[in-house]
Design a protein around this ligand. Structure first.
Ligand SMILES: CCC/C=C/C(=O)SCCNC(=O)CCNC(=O)[C@H](O)C(C)(C)COP(=O)([O-])OP(=O)([O-])OC[C@H]1O[C@@H](n2cnc3c(N)ncnc32)[C@H](O)[C@@H]1OP(=O)([O-])[O-]
Ligand SMILES: NC(=O)C1=CN([C@@H]2O[C@H](COP(=O)(O)OP(=O)(O)OC[C@H]3O[C@@H](n4cnc5c(N)ncnc54)[C@H](OP(=O)(O)O)[C@@H]3O)[C@@H](O)[C@H]2O)C=CC1
Length: 290
């Protein structure tokens, strides 16, 4: 049986128009989870700013979000580059005024045994996932602090921030940093009216997943018997969680990371299954020095 299906796409837990006149800035909002989150804000009346590197992803955001009637601005931006983030926020202000909400969703990840990872591979993932998230939060907060206006930040995380992530040493370490940053920034910026929370998706397969991650999830299916929920997440479930966390109804929720994963990360057996190394899971033979 498992956990019941949620209400249909288009239903909302929040009143219609909750985000009317508000602007939401979503990094990586042209694909996958970022786009699903942006869509839920758009349905609730927000203006959307979507920032990422690739024009094809920005075009996908414009197409999806236009269907809701929302006003959308897309801007090319690599979140590793603070000056590009500043320019992206300038573009947002030009279109809609200062963003009220920042969804720090963009991230990078690929499976690789830790002993095989190049220094540049480590740096790249940490630079996008941890540094980029901080640079965006910094840009958002500096503008609000200077103007004396409130705001809300939601950082998208991953549950291996707590557990570690064999095969994902770079991303797991970066996401642990992202979760820790939520707790620090919520305290530092709360006095200025800025709420900072985290949102951790469980398994939410989608068509935009990179080939690496798709390969890693081969065998997963809709009614996944490996999940305590006996199913994977539905994208709208994440959209509802994000729009709640950033809404007026969650103003006293800050410094919290909400996990939406059907309890998957808590899963333990009475008896441990045999250990299968990351190399074996990836079909690799013994490590040899190059
Ligand atoms: C699982 C559940 C949790 C999910 C969490 C998620 O985040 S899902 C979200 C997932 N979504 C995304 O990740 C979307 C965004 N991801 C991306 O844009 C790319 O995957 C990126 C992260 C590589 C960045 O691109 P870029 O053009 O900036 O970088 P670049 O191409 O120049 O590579 C830099 C270095 O990395 C190396 N390297 C790369 N791949 C592999 C590999 N498979 N193996 C080993 N190494 C690899 C590459 O060789 C190079 O090192 P070198 O050779 O110089 O020593
Ligand atoms: N899908 C899942 O099951 C899970 C996802 N997550 C997290 O959810 C979030 C979204 O993941 P998902 O939708 O699956 O992944 P996607 O690969 O679909 O999305 C990643 C997005 O980040 C953008 N991005 C990547 N690098 C940069 C950069 N340097 N600058 C600006 N934008 C960038 C990409 O756009 P572009 O290429 O145009 O730059 C893309 O839109 C991530 O934080 C991920 O870690 C966590 C746990 C599970």
């Amino acid at each position: 049986m498992g956990l019941p299906e949620p209400p249909a796409l288009g239903a909302s837990a929040l009143p219609a128009g909750t985000y009317a006149g508000r602007t939401v800035f979503v990094t990586g909002g042209g694909t996958g989870l970022g786009r699903a989150i942006a869509l839920e804000f758009a349905r609730l009346g927000a203006n959307l700013v979507v920032a990422s590197r690739k024009e094809e992803h920005l075009a996908a955001a414009r197409e999806t979000l236009a269907e809701t009637g929302a006003k959308v601005r897309t801007v090319s931006c690599d979140i590793r580059e603070p000056e590009q983030i500043t320019a992206a926020f300038d573009a947002a202000v030009e279109s809609f005024g200062p963003p009220d909400v920042l969804i720090n969703n963009a991230a990078a990840n690929f499976p690789v045994p830790a002993e095989e990872m190049s220094p540049n591979a480590w740096r790249t993932v940490v630079d996008i996932t941890l540094n980029g998230t901080y640079f965006c939060a910094r840009e958002f907060a500096r503008r609000h602090l200077a103007a004396g206006t409130p705001g809300s930040i939601v950082n998208i995380g991953a549950s291996y921030a707590w557990t570690g992530g064999p095969g994902f040493a770079h991303s797991a370490a970066a996401k642990a940093g992202v979760k820790n940053m939520v707790e620090t920034l919520a305290v530092e910026w709360g006095p200025y009216g800025i709420q900072v929370n985290g949102l951790v998706p469980g398994l939410f397969p989608h068509e935009d997943m990179t080939a690496d991650i798709k390969g890693n999830l081969a065998g997963t299916h809709d009614k996944d018997p490996c999940q305590p929920a006996m199913r994977v997440g539905r994208l709208r479930e994440l959209g509802w969680a994000a729009t709640f966390l950033a809404s007026p109804y969650a103003r006293f929720v800050s410094g919290h990371t909400l996990v939406v994963d059907g309890a998957n990360w808590q899963r333990r057996g009475l008896v441990n299954p045999p250990v299968v190394t990351v190399r074996q899971q990836m079909g690799k033979g013994p490590f040899v020095l190059p």
